[in-house]
Design a protein around this ligand. Structure first.
Ligand code: LMR
Length: 401
């Protein structure tokens, strides 16, 4: 029956984890998937999450189904975290929000909703490059995927001029996907000034901004600062779509906690959008998982846990920054590796876009048991005091050939 099914390629990101697991060498390092590791290279469950788990256990939470759009207290608190309590659509009850299967699910619900109801275009522009899963998510949602210039290889920074030019040339009404902070895979974000200019172009061209915020708190260590772009656009009067993930900032990867929201004109419009989100979601998975949303909501709704969580996010962000500094020093001072490695320190968030090419990434996996995505992205969180010297030495070897 399935003789016609061709073998597909491994996933560019999750496939790396499979290859890493199959490698038996004790020196192996996985810098592929963006998942935080502590200073000993171990997965890290936040103290705030442990405490929330204890609270839930003591309260004897049941296992009933959630509503189709998820736990209402959680989605309200998630929207508050992103938009801020003072945002006009938040205060006016004009944000339509649903719980989602983490960031991917939020993007997919959003893509499907826009393909079905957004009246002005079926085209979505993604930054080049973007997270590897964005293209298949939006293509499978029924949108036509195009790219806008984002990363400038020669400066290893933002191609701001190219970005603005491409948005200006986009057809009126097109959808534009923006990484709210800690751009994946490049670690290069617009400055607040540049965000203001991007907002102006989007307004002028009547484009529709769709934010993907998978790393709130991870870029600067502050959830408020990282929400700058989203809040600025809303203040400027844009209607936006927003995908949120709690995988990285609460370390809830496998719990699949996220939210998708749209700002609407008023509560009546919001109610109509809510009703259609339910119709999108019900045939996909009926209703979202309970436990992670309860955990996230417990943290978001209790000030002592919230404060502890914010400190822990900052702690994770700081450890990553310290690894950036060590890697930079090791490559430039210890090994004198050819090339300019300043971007390792200037890039933001969980990833560094090293500039290593696919052949070098392949050589690192085969010769040194060091795994990264083929675009040369490394998850900085996979580095620690125990493996960073070996990593720098291995990079030095492949660069020197
Ligand atoms: C990543 O880019 O590594 C993360 O967003 C995890 C994923 O699902 O790809």
């Amino acid at each position: 029956t399935w003789s016609n099914v061709p073998a597909g390629p491994p996933d560019p990101i999750l496939g790396i984890t499979e290859a890493f697991k199959a490698d038996k060498d004790p020196r192996k390092i996985n810098l592929g998937v963006g998942a935080y590791r502590d200073g000993n290279g171990k997965p890290y469950v936040l103290n705030a999450v442990r405490k929330a788990e204890n609270i839930l256990r003591d309260h004897g939470a049941d296992k009933e189904y959630l509503p189709i759009t998820g736990l209402p207290e959680f989605t309200k608190n998630a929207a508050k975290l992103a938009y801020g309590a003072e945002a006009a659509p938040f205060k006016d009850n004009a944000i339509s929000v649903t719980q989602s299967i983490s960031g991917t699910g939020a993007l997919r619900i959003g893509g499907t909703f826009l393909a079905r109801f957004y009246p002005h275009s079926k085209v979505i522009y993604l930054p080049v490059p973007s997270w590897g899963n964005h293209t298949p998510i939006f293509r499978d949602s029924g949108l036509e995927v195009r790219g806008y210039r984002y990363f400038d290889k020669s400066t290893v920074g933002l191609d701001f001029k190219g970005l603005v030019e491409d948005l200006k040339n986009a057809p009126e009404g097109a959808i534009v996907l923006l990484h709210a902070c800690a751009h994946n895979p490049t670690g290069v974000d617009p400055t607040p000034e540049q965000w203001r200019a991007i907002s102006d172009v989007i307004k002028e061209k009547k484009l529709f901004p769709f934010f993907d915020m998978a790393y709130q708190g991870f870029a600067s260590g502050s959830t408020d600062r990282d929400a700058f772009a989203v809040r600025h656009f809303v203040k400027e009067g844009h209607q936006i779509a927003l995908a949120q993930s709690f995988a990285k900032n609460m370390g809830l990867y496998g719990e699949r906690v996220g939210a998708f929201s749209l700002t609407t004109a008023d509560p009546e419009e919001k109610a109509r959008v809510d009703s259609q989100l339910k119709i999108v979601i019900r045939p996909m998975y009926s209703n979202p998982p309970l436990h992670g949303a309860l955990l996230a909501n417990t943290i978001l709704s209790r000030s002592e846990l919230y404060n502890e969580w914010e400190n822990e996010v900052k702690g994770m962000a700081d450890r990553i920054i310290s690894m950036r500094e060590r890697l930079y020093d090791s490559l430039t001072s210890t090994h004198k590796t050819p090339g300019d490695w300043g971007h390792i320190k200037s890039q933001i968030g969980m990833f560094s876009f090293t500039g290593l090419n696919a052949a070098q990434a392949k050589a690192l996996a085969e010769k040194a048991h060091v795994y990264m995505t083929m675009d040369g992205r490394i998850s900085m969180a996979g580095l620690n005091g125990g493996n960073i010297d070996y990593f720098a030495e291995s990079v030095d070897k492949v660069v020197k050939g």
